[in-house]
Design a protein around this ligand. Structure first.
Ligand SMILES: C[S@@+](CC[C@H](N)C(=O)[O-])C[C@H]1O[C@@H](n2cnc3c(N)ncnc32)[C@H](O)[C@@H]1O
Length: 255
């Protein structure tokens, strides 16, 4: 495991300035494929230094409980090896370690990895091509990363490759509540207040893009179909706090 330990450096300010123009404006179409991966990496490099602070503020700290639930839903024994994909600054890896799991965090953004702390093993890689052998992990987690991936089917296929048969998957994501009153309040908060907080404390374009990125999330039935096709079973989607967040869980089918 020691060979997986790496050092990451914050991205220079001149390089960040070049990356800023990649984030789509309000009227620009959302990028897809390779363009999306390039934009996502640039955007997270840009917002990495204040990412944790803004997460805590904009969720009123609720994300901490959601992360704990995500790990509860893994249902794996302590000592299991869990890969956290799109690990960012390592929140889930830290929780995994605190619960007695062995964790490996994987992310594309060197800026996010440079801001990570308390994570024993970090790798800079694309989740679509994990540098891990077949069936080498007992489970995988992800936090708010699904809508940032360029192809969910390729990511799920890669997770099915590295997770051993009967291993577990637990993925936290934002969601849109179905209750009309909650949905109206959530829309105002997510589309107006979150970009305002982001523009005051971090990058305006990035936090305007954030609510739009929910458009990338497939409906539940499609998410289940993609997971089944990739080789997962026992799929469950659990809503948290009235449906403003969700945890998607599944088991790797025994082959
Ligand atoms: C919203 S952040 C989530 C960070 C962290 N998991 C959390 O819970 O706060 C999404 C992360 O996914 C990463 N990401 C997006 N696409 C990726 C890919 N194809 N491979 C690896 N990481 C990716 C981004 O760089 C970013 O750090």
């Amino acid at each position: 495991m020691a060979t997986l330990r790496s050092r990451f450096h914050p991205v220079s300010s001149s390089s960040l300035a070049k990356k800023q123009h990649l984030i789509p404006g309000q009227d620009d179409p959302l990028p897809e494929g390779e363009d999306k991966s390039t934009m996502v990496e640039a955007m997270f490099d840009l917002i990495a230094p204040r990412y944790d602070l803004i997460n805590r503020i904009m969720t009123f700290g609720l994300d901490l409980g959601w992360r704990k639930s995500t790990i509860d839903y893994l249902l794996l024994p302590t000592g299991s090896l869990v890969v956290d994909v799109g690990c960012g600054t390592g929140d889930l890896c830290r929780y995994l370690t605190a619960r007695g799991y062995n964790s490996i965090g994987v992310d594309l953004s060197s800026g996010m990895l440079a801001s990570a702390h308390g994570c024993p093993h970090l790798i800079r890689a694309n989740v679509e091509k994990l540098p891990l052998p077949n069936s080498s992990c007992d489970g995988a987690t992800s936090g708010f990363a699904l809508r940032n991936f360029a192809s969910l089917s390729r990511v799920f296929a890669e997770l099915a490759r590295v997770i051993r048969p009967r291993g577990r998957l637990s993925m936290l994501e934002v969601s849109i509540p179905s209750n009309p009153l909650l949905k109206a309040g959530h829309t105002i908060y997510f589309n107006r207040i979150v970009p305002l907080i982001g523009s005051l404390l971090s990058d305006k374009a990035a936090y305007k893009y954030l609510p739009r990125s929910v458009e990338y999330l497939p409906p539940s039935w499609k998410m289940e179909e993609l997971l089944l096709e990739a080789g997962f079973t026992d799929i469950a989607i659990t809503n948290l706090h009235g449906g403003i967040a969700q945890v998607i869980t599944a088991s790797r089918a025994s082959s």
